[in-house]
Structures are given as structure tokens and as C-alpha cells.
Design a protein around this ligand. Structure first.
Ligand code: FAD
Length: 404
């Protein structure tokens, strides 16, 4: 995905695994690498290994459509994602490396009175908890996106939720930026190193078993996105996660015609134009749980039918690529973060279709959790695994839908 991007990342040459680390981070995607970076940067903890079964940032970090936003529905969600957006804004400076952060604003379309009501609530919650979001009418939408069809067949657009902070960033630059800065501070990053099982003694993880041998650890962090249940099963931890494929696709490049990100949950579709001019289409997860990342004709047909309703002239566009990742969906569309039933095993899971935008804040809060020996930072306390047994779910389904 990134072969045309001049990434200047000199990571130290691969080493032998040491026999023991203070912290083992499982998963070398954006979240695992960010956790390693903030552990080193803010807490001086550098005897850390990031173990990645394939190559860095090759999981969902490489496959996502890079939507960054904080216009969620709950106060817990807005506070958390708004802090991540703030961190993203400073990331290129922090890395001294361009992550191509691009602020374009995100427009979500309302096609029914019920959606207009729900959007009003979202706009108010956003204003209170740190996001910049407002309702706009058809005329304002027309001015923002002149090429948008406001009257698609059965679903005319009534109003829009305009989120000024909506943005994108180059996803692999984010992963490589964190990797480079973590490695510079002494973190070891081991690719082609899969965690396959654990050694648990007296209720604690004492080692992880990998395809390259057993490695002792003071504690472990799980940040493996679409494969969370597989390792949780090894530890006998039950979590309400179901894994679904999520697909996306891009067209041939066009001259710039679309600045904001545009999405419609009624049409199950979002559309954006990249800096290279390609048009990205995405939608909801596939309708069946599966660990296969094949692209399907079904999705292509249903997604493009709706995209063409929004932008009819795209009917003549040629598709260049289609791909998929595996998304770990939770019942309330919020993540599972924090402690687990095993004392020194920390969870960064349940990231479904919405976890790229949270990469910086996940890294920062997970590092705080680990460095404090398990004191949960306030910002992630609502996302604890226990919420499913205490009926304190953080319902973000309406604000996630096809917007990611
Ligand atoms: P990953 O990048 O998947 O990293 C996890 C890593 O763990 C992988 O590299 C994997 O190889 C490794 N791993 C797995 N098992 C093991 C093991 N046993 N041992 C060692 N390593 C292991 N989010 C947004 O915010 N905005 C979007 O627009 C958006 N669009 C998306 C579009 C698509 C098509 C997809 C698939 C996802 C999208 N997402 C989006 C979701 C987002 O991509 C993820 O939530 C996020 O990237 C998760 O980051 P991560 O670092 O946790 O996971």
C-alpha cells in the first residue's frame, strides 16, 4: 500500500530476542508502537519488546481509510477521541516526520427527521466535550460540496452534521513514525515474531511463547486489533467480540473535486478524495463473521450503487484497488481497554472499524496504565471489559455506522 511513499525510516537491524523484557507488547500496529513510544518517552521504560507476527503496520493500520474525527455521541467517546485528534495535530512536529495530516472537515448526511434529531444531540454533546461540530442546512451543504447529489432517489438529504475537525493522515507514516521514535529510545521491535501462547503462574503472565522461543516478561500488552479473541481464548478470557471483514476501495486519480470527507449511514457509504486524487469508498463491515480478508463482488456492487447515488458522475470512474481487514466488533461499538482478569495483562482490543483515529491516545493511555502498574487512566475507565457485566455500555453505534 505504501510503495510510492518515500518513507525514510532507519530502524536498527533485527536482533536476537532477549530472554526477558519488562514489557512485551503484542502487535506492531499503530497502537502497539504508540504504546511503546509513550512508555519510553514519558515513563523512561525502555526494556520493551514489540512483537509483530508479520511486518510493522501491515494489519488494520495499513488497511484503514484514515478517517480522523471526534464527533461521537457519548461524553466518554467525545472526550477520548477529541484528545486523540489534538495529539494527531502535533504528531508531524513531534516525529519530525510528515504524517500528511490533512484537515478537511467531515460532513455526515441526514436523510430522515429522526437522524436530524440525533445529529442535533451529537452537535451539542460535541460542543460540551471538546469537538467542533454543528448542524448545517442544504444550502450550506451545497456550498461545501457542490458535486454532491442532494436528492438521491428515495432519500433526499435534509441536513448535515459538519465536523470541522474531521481529517485524514497517512496511516503507514503514523506507524513508521512511532516505530522510529520508539526504536531511537531503545525499544526493540521484532517482526516475524508471533505470540502463540502464554506461561501463566500464580495468576500472572510470566512469559510469552513465540515462534522464536519463550520470552519472559514483567507484563504484557495485547494490541492485535482483528485477532483479539484468538489470544484471549488462550488465556480463558471471555470478551464480547465478533470479528467481521471490512472492505474499502479506491478509484483512479482525478483532479481535486472533494475536500471534505462525506458520509451517509442511511446509504451505508462514505466517500473521500485522497491527496493523490484517488476517491476512497468505504462502508459497513461484511454481514458475516469471518477471518478472511478477500474482497467481494457483493460489497463492490452494493457500496458503489450508493456512492454513485451520492456522486453520479463517478459512475464512469475506474476502480484501481479493493481490499479488506478484520475488524473486532463490540456490542456497543466502543473499544475494550484497560486491565484484564489477569493482573499483569493489559488489553487494547475491540477496535472494530474506528481505531486508527485513536492511535495516539491509545498509546498514551496504555503507557500510563502499564507504567503505573495497573492504575486505569480516567479517560479509558469507561472502556473497561467489566462494563458488559455491569451494564454500563458506551453506545457509539449510531455515531460509528458507516463513518468509521
Ligand atoms: P493493527 O494495525 O491491525 O495491528 C495489530 C498487529 O498485531 C498486526 O500487525 C498483526 O499482524 C499483529 N498480530 C496479530 N496477532 C499477533 C500475534 N499473535 N503475535 C504478534 N503479532 C500479532 N479506523 C479509523 O479510525 N478510521 C477509519 O477510517 C478506519 N477505516 C477502516 C477501514 C478498513 C477497511 C479497516 C479494515 C479498518 C478501518 N479502521 C478505521 C479501523 C482501524 O484500522 C483499526 O481499528 C486500527 O488500525 C487498529 O490499530 P492496531 O494497531 O490496534 O491494529
Amino acid at each position: 500500500l505504501s510503495s510510492d511513499y518515500p518513507v525514510d525510516v532507519d530502524l536498527p537491524a533485527p536482533k536476537e530476542l532477549k530472554s526477558s523484557y519488562d514489557v512485551v507488547i503484542i502487535g506492531g500496529g499503530g497502537h502497539g508502537l504508540a504504546t511503546a513510544y509513550y512508555l519510553a518517552k514519558y515513563h523512561g521504560i525502555t526494556n520493551v519488546a514489540v512483537l509483530e507476527k508479520a511486518y510493522l503496520g501491515g494489519g488494520n493500520t495499513a488497511r484503514n481509510t484514515a478517517v480522523i474525527r471526534s464527533n461521537y455521541l457519548t461524553s466518554e467517546g467525545v472526550k477520548f477521541y477529541a484528545e486523540s485528534v489534538r495529539m494527531f495535530q502535533g504528531l508531524s512536529n513531534e516525529f519530525d516526520f510528515n504524517i500528511m495530516y490533512s484537515e478537511r472537515g467531515q460532513l455526515t448526511l441526514a436523510h430522515t427527521d429522526a437522524t436530524v434529531r440525533a445529529f442535533r444531540q451529537r452537535a451539542e454533546v460535541n460542543k460540551h466535550f471538546g469537538g467542533r461540530t454543528e448542524m448545517i442546512d442544504r444550502q450550506q451543504i451545497r456550498e461545501l460540496v457542490p458535486t454532491l447529489n442532494l436528492d438521491p432517489g428515495h432519500l433526499p438529504v435534509l441536513a448535515g452534521l459538519w465536523h470541522i475537525d474531521g481529517a485524514t493522515a497517512r496511516h503507514d507514516a503514523v506507524a513508521w513514525g512511532y516505530a522510529k521514535q520508539a526504536a531511537k529510545r531503545g525499544v526493540e521491535i521484532h517482526q516475524l515474531t508471533e505470540v502463540q501462547d502464554f506461561v501463566v503462574e500464580h495468576g500472572k503472565i510470566t512469559a510469552v511463547k513465540t515462534n522464536r522461543g519463550t520470552v519472559k516478561c514483567g507484563c504484557a500488552v495485547q494490541a492485535i486489533a482483528g485477532h483479539s479473541s484468538l489470544l484471549l481464548n488462550k488465556l480463558g478470557i471471555r470478551a464480547p467480540i465478533h470479528s467481521y471483514p471490512l472492505q474499502a476501495m479506491v478509484t483512479q486519480p482525478f483532479k481535486p473535486f472533494l475536500d471534505p470527507l462525506v458520509s451517509s449511514s442511511a446509504l451505508h457509504c462514505y466517500v473521500q478524495q485522497t491527496g493523490r486524487g484517488e476517491v476512497v469508498f468505504g462502508g459497513g463491515s461484511d454481514p458475516y463473521p469471518l477471518y478472511n480478508t478477500r474482497s467481494t463482488l457483493d460489497l463492490k456492487e452494493s457500496l458503489l450503487a450508493h456512492a454513485i447515488e451520492m456522486f453520479p458522475f463517478l459512475a464512469n470512474a475506474k476502480l484501481m484497488r479493493q481490499w479488506a481487514g478484520t475488524t473486532d466488533m463490540t456490542p456497543d461499538y466502543s473499544p475494550i481497554m484497560g486491565r484484564s482478569p489477569i493482573d499483569n495483562y493489559y488489553l487494547d482490543a475491540g477496535w472494530g472499524t474506528w481505531g486508527f483515529k485513536s492511535t495516539p491516545i491509545c498509546g498514551k493511555t496504555m503507557a500510563e496504565l502499564v507504567a503505573s502498574g495497573g492504575r486505569t487512566p480516567e479517560l479509558i475507565a469507561p472502556f473497561a471489559l467489566e462494563r458488559f457485566s455491569t451494564f454500563q455500555q458506551v453506545n457509539e453505534m449510531g455515531a460509528t455506522a458507516a463513518s468509521h
